[in-house]
Write a protein that binds this ligand. Structure first.
Ligand SMILES: C[C@@H](CO)C(=O)SCCNC(=O)CCNC(=O)[C@H](O)C(C)(C)COP(=O)(O)OP(=O)(O)OC[C@H]1O[C@@H](n2cnc3c(N)ncnc32)[C@H](O)[C@@H]1OP(=O)(O)O
Length: 110
């Protein structure tokens, strides 16, 4: 899981090694996310599912999505009941890459 988190651009203050389980407490308090959906799956509720949920922009990775993804990864990593994390995207695409400002940037990038 640490390897997975290391793939994410470090968001200051969120991925500090020992953040005192603050992320887990926020998470457990039923944090409402705007850009992701999280759930504990499996018979023993020991699989942390994170689904990218920004359908209008095809899950393009904006700062807010990365921040929430980092929080969810941190919380699942701190949750001793979770043994595996599954990261998934939408029906059409996993993610449209880094968020491009304005659709011209997106289409021009293709
Ligand atoms: C970090 C670096 C590494 O390379 C990057 O990630 S740079 C960004 C790389 N990503 C792209 O270049 C993907 C650009 N998107 C596309 O090529 C196409 O959207 C598509 C993924 C092939 C899907 O095409 P389709 O025609 O099915 O859908 P639309 O292009 O109409 O897109 C729907 C909707 O999503 C918005 N969107 C898609 N990708 C991004 C993006 N990367 N950033 C921001 N927004 C994105 C697109 O603007 C459309 O929104 P609308 O204009 O309808 O408001």
């Amino acid at each position: 899981m640490a390897a997975l988190r290391s793939l994410l651009p470090c968001v200051p203050g969120l991925l500090r090694p020992r953040h005192g389980c603050a992320a887990l407490r926020t998470f457990a308090a039923g944090a409402k996310f705007e850009y992701i959906i999280t759930e504990k799956k499996g018979k023993a509720h020991n699989v942390g599912l994170i689904q990218l949920n920004r359908p209008k922009a095809l899950n393009a990775l904006c700062k807010g999505l990365i921040t929430e993804l980092s929080q969810a990864l941190q919380a699942f990593e701190e949750d001793r009941a979770v043994g595996a994390i599954v990261l998934t995207g939408g029906e059409k695409v996993f993610a449209g890459g880094q968020h491009g400002s304005g659709s011209w940037a997106v289409r021009g990038a293709v």
